[in-house]
Design a protein around this ligand. Structure first.
Ligand code: NAD
Length: 330
């Protein structure tokens, strides 16, 4: 198992590939990599990502419009890379329930292409965007990584399959991999208008517009809302990690639980909402009731420590959306 490549601290000038780099999380990560004077290549098919997310960084990166399902294309863009951050995916539980085949194609086959290309190009670290949805309705909270994963959505299954492939590529080929299980990420650049938009940008847009937000179910379902800057921090730490992290999966979260009703109230405060009451609709298939992470392992092994609380992150996010709205960009 493994080899003696040792921990590769990313150095200025090293080339990093970010798949899905025009998306919400990917573009925030790209910005951080550029700030560290790394060379960045982005592979994105722009299906949900947008070039506007890369505004201000385009001069510092190479953008390739392409699909992770195209094995040859992935191989080409992986050449010369020190690290690969694999963010590209169909990222929605609801969409996976509607079309599990498409989710499997992109999230599982696409991940396998990325791993094959990384293995053959001698990449020193592959960091994978996994998800809290691998747990399903976890029997014990806060969820710890050693829990038996029982995903309840095709999306969760696809992310667990991706994780297992990362583990197998470490065990079988010595490719250093780290999977990060993100918990409900929010922040700058998340699209509130997307067909399967996430709850935080939908609530903020509704508050800024003075329209009612939609809550699926009674709103007492809870999530561990995580600010995107903390997710970026975890990715950078994973890229610089030592062998005890390789082949493993780590929760990346804030470590606190908040109900969707609490989120709604907090967003109203952060975005200066006018108190328009939300509208409740039926719960959605595939959505778990409770999600709450233990971040002890990420702290111990990666040195991860979230720097932003829920209210602080929401305030920063709401400020960003307000400025986007004023510029006519939302
Ligand atoms: P996003 O939709 O903004 O980003 C996904 C990016 O991947 C987009 O830019 C999209 O155009 C690109 N993409 C999709 N299919 C592709 C394909 N076939 N080839 C190339 N590019 C493709 O979503 P996000 O929230 O930024 O999610 C990023 C990653 O984090 C995803 O892997 C997602 O599953 C994971 N994740 C996100 C969250 C969250 O709360 N946002 C939680 C857990 C995991």
């Amino acid at each position: 198992m493994g080899d003696d490549r040792g921990p590769a601290t990313l150095r200025p000038g090293d080339l990093c590939l970010v798949t899905g780099g025009a998306g919400f999380i990917g573009s925030n990560l790209v910005r951080a990599l550029v700030a560290r004077e790394l060379r960045v290549r982005v592979l994105d098919d722009l299906s949900t990502g947008r070039l506007v997310n890369l505004e201000g960084t385009m001069d510092h990166l190479e953008f390739v419009q392409g699909d992770v399902r195209d094995a040859d294309g992935v191989r080409t863009v992986t050449q010369g890379c020190t690290a690969v951050f694999h963010e590209a995916a169909i990222p929605s539980v609801a969409r996976s329930v509607a079309d599990p085949i498409a989710t499997n194609d992109v999230n599982v086959n696409g991940t396998l292409h990325v791993l094959m290309a990384a293995r053959d190009a001698g990449v020193q670290r592959v960091v994978f965007a996994s998800s809290s949805s691998v747990y399903g309705n976890a029997p014990a909270l806060p969820a710890r990584e050693e829990l038996l994963c029982r995903p309840i959505s095709p999306y969760g299954v696809s992310k667990l399959a991706g994780e297992r492939y990362l583990q197998a590529f470490w065990e079988s080929y010595g490719l250093p991999t780290v999977a990060l299980r993100y918990f409900n990420v929010f922040g700058m650049g998340q699209n509130p208008r997307a067909e399967y938009a996430a709850v935080v940008p939908r609530f903020i847009a509704a508050a800024l517009e003075g329209t009612p937000a939609t809550i699926f179910g009674d709103g007492e379902q809870a999530r561990d809302f995580t600010f995107v800057e903390d997710v970026v921090q975890a990715n950078l730490l994973a890229a610089d990690s030592s062998p005890d992290a390789w082949g493993q999966a780590f929760n990346v979260a804030c470590g606190r639980r908040h109900s969707v009703n609490e989120l709604h109230a907090e967003v109203q405060a952060a975005a200066g909402g006018t108190g328009v009451p939300p509208v409740n609709e039926s719960p959605r298939a595939g959505d778990v009731r409770e999600s709450h992470a233990s971040i002890e392992a990420a702290h111990r092994v990666l040195g991860y420590s979230p720097a932003f609380g829920f209210a602080d992150g929401l305030r920063r996010t709401a400020d960003w959306y307000r400025s986007q709205m004023e510029r006519g960009l939302l």
